[in-house]
Ligand binder design. Structure first.
Ligand code: DX5
Ligand code: ZN
Length: 225
């Protein structure tokens, strides 16, 4: 339960050149990565604005990879339908962005796709305790959301471990995703803390060799070029 033989790697399009999104999707596919992570930001919950449902729909039209949609927007419950229709495989919202996280998660379940809940670095893992049985995915942010290319905040690694303990305690099969500042140097520590999924933006797209980078992130040294 919750333990995967292979870590899921979800490169984030946030680090791609937005004039060349199609090429970025192809880079992700060719690298052997598992999912595509899409960061939706509203300029209110987080300081930055990125893109919305049309980008998700357009990406969905050119790939079969699962689309891991990370909503960093206020009142996400108002936008669930749009992102379902756009082709999301998982929709993750922030516990800090709505007082109605449960309602939003039910909307996602009703639509028949995966539901996730995220916490920023300052939010304790206990915020997920009651809702854990409803979560297909729990996302631990290891930077303050809003921008790619930040440095992983070390205390967040303990939160991954505590989340893993909470999952055992609750007996759920919730996937643990970790997002922010992950690179080849710290990926082993993040995996060891209990991550099932690593989201990776700048380290993946800035890598000279994305395949080699991916294998380092996954800890799959045999295939490292
Ligand atoms: C940050 C986003 C992340 C971001 C990760 O607010 O949620 O998904 O794209 O980018 P890196 O890996 O560069 O920290
Ligand atoms: Zn993200």
């Amino acid at each position: 339960m919750g333990t995967h033989s292979r870590t899921i790697i979800a490169p984030s399009l946030l680090a791609a050149n937005f004039c060349r999104v199609g090429e970025a999707v192809k880079t992700i596919e060719d690298s052997g990565a598992d999912w595509i992570h899409l960061d939706i930001m509203d300029g209110s919950f987080v300081p930055n604005i990125t893109f919305g449902k049309k980008m998700v729909a357009d990406v969905s039209s050119i790939t079969k990879l699962p689309l891991d949609v990370h909503l960093m927007i206020r009142n996400p419950e108002h936008h669930i339908r749009d992102f379902v229709d756009a082709g999301a495989t998982y929709i993750t919202l922030h516990v800090e962005a709505t007082v109605h996280a449960h309602r939003a998660l039910m909307l996602i379940h009703d639509a028949g796709i995966g539901a996730g809940l995220a916490i920023v670095p300052s939010t304790p893992v206990s915020a997920l305790e009651e809702i854990m049985p409803e979560l297909d995915m729990a996302l631990v942010m290891t930077v303050n959301p809003g921008f790619g290319g930040q440095t992983l905040i070390p205390f967040c690694l303990d939160k991954i471990q505590r989340l893993k303990d909470l999952r055992s305690h609750k007996g759920t099969s919730t996937l643990i995703s970790v997002d922010g500042g992950i690179n080849a140097q710290n990926a082993a520590a993040v995996r060891a803390s209990g991550a099932d999924i690593l989201v990776c933006g700048s380290a993946f797209f800035n890598a000279e060799n994305p395949v080699a980078e991916l294998n380092l992130l996954r800890g799959d040294t045999q295939k490292t070029v």
